[in-house]
Design a protein around this ligand. Structure first.
Ligand code: CAA
Length: 270
């Protein structure tokens, strides 16, 4: 398989930038519109694992695509073209592992879409907690046009995001929707005129989240992710467990005490 990193064949396919408590995971394969080869997928998972090891030093992550044309234009079609059925299933499992790594990340992750988010690219964005997009963005699951179906979680997460009927229509037709339609469908939470405004908006959201107790945000994310994937009776029990776990933290004691004492809380991340 021929990899096509940014401008230099030796350059990493994924890089991480830091701005205080905000980390940015940049998918840097613009010549292939940031298509997700197995190497790119593994590099994304490694980036999140390394950031998770930093604990509450990272209060939120932005995921962006390099090159100004695409967030990610899908799984790498060249890599898929020669796979056996067993290897195809294994390729899907790798995508699912990356999505699960992002869902398990203990702070909010915002997919910052500027351009195409198609196939595995939309599925990567759906594994993030929110999708912000510029007006120049397009979303779709075009796999059926290739004789494929979504393989990195699209059949599961797209219906949760936009409802089953629209998810079926998008997956059956493979048609693309623009940012305005994606916003009205509930897929995109915020829409911006351009990339700079998008990144500033995403950083502002993380800054707002970072004011809150890290422990509580991480617990809320864990419970929301569990609830989204589970029958209601099991999900509500997970919420009970998560709610109980909050009472083990100093931050919860501090937050409640500060409210009752009419002062600002001083959270410590414990
Ligand atoms: N995989 C591999 N390479 C890709 C790619 C992909 N998903 N998407 C784009 N590229 C490559 C193109 O082959 C092209 O490479 P060359 O310059 O070497 O020819 C380069 O990126 C630029 O692309 P185009 O010339 O096609 O650019 P365009 O502006 O004419 O079209 C586009 C843009 C509409 C996004 C078009 O590239 C496209 O349709 N891409 C494929 C989208 C797609 O089908 N995604 C789903 C993939 S399957 C999948 O994701 C399965 C799953 O669920 C896991």
């Amino acid at each position: 398989m021929t990899e096509q990193p940014g401008t230099d064949e030796r350059a990493p396919l994924v890089r991480v930038e830091r701005d205080g408590v905000v980390a940015t995971v940049v998918i840097d394969r613009p010549k292939a519109l940031n298509a997700l080869s197995p190497d790119v997928l593994r590099a994304v998972a490694e980036a999140f694992d390394a950031l998770a090891a930093e604990g509450d030093a990272v209060r939120g992550v932005l995921v962006v695509g390099e090159g100004g044309r695409a967030f990610v234009a899908g799984a790498d079609i060249r890599s898929l073209s020669t796979l056996t059925p067993e290897e195809g299933a294994e390729a899907a499992r790798l995508g699912h592992r990356v999505a699960a790594t992002i869902e398990a990340f203990p702070a909010p992750v915002i997919a910052c879409v500027d351009g195409f988010a198609l196939g595995g690219g939309l599925e990567l964005a759906l594994a993030c907690d929110e999708i912000y997009a510029t007006d120049a963005s397009w979303f779709g699951q075009p796999e059926v046009r290739l004789g494929l179906i979504p393989g990195f979680g699209g059949t599961v997460r797209l219906p949760r995001a936009v409802g089953l009927p629209l998810a079926k229509e998008l997956i059956f037709t493979g048609r693309r929707i623009d940012a305005a339609e994606a916003e009205s469908a509930g897929l995109v939470t915020r829409r911006f005129a351009d990339r700079d405004a998008l990144l500033a908006g995403a950083r502002a959201t993380i800054a707002e989240v970072a004011e809150n107790a890290w422990t509580a945000v991480a617990l809320a994310k864990r419970v929301l992710v569990q609830a989204a994937g589970t029958p209601t009776a099991v999900a509500t029990e997970a919420e009970v467990t998560g709610f109980g776990d909050a009472f083990r933290t100093d931050d919860m004691r501090e937050g409640v005490a500060a409210f009752l004492e009419k002062r600002e809380p001083r959270f410590t991340g414990r």
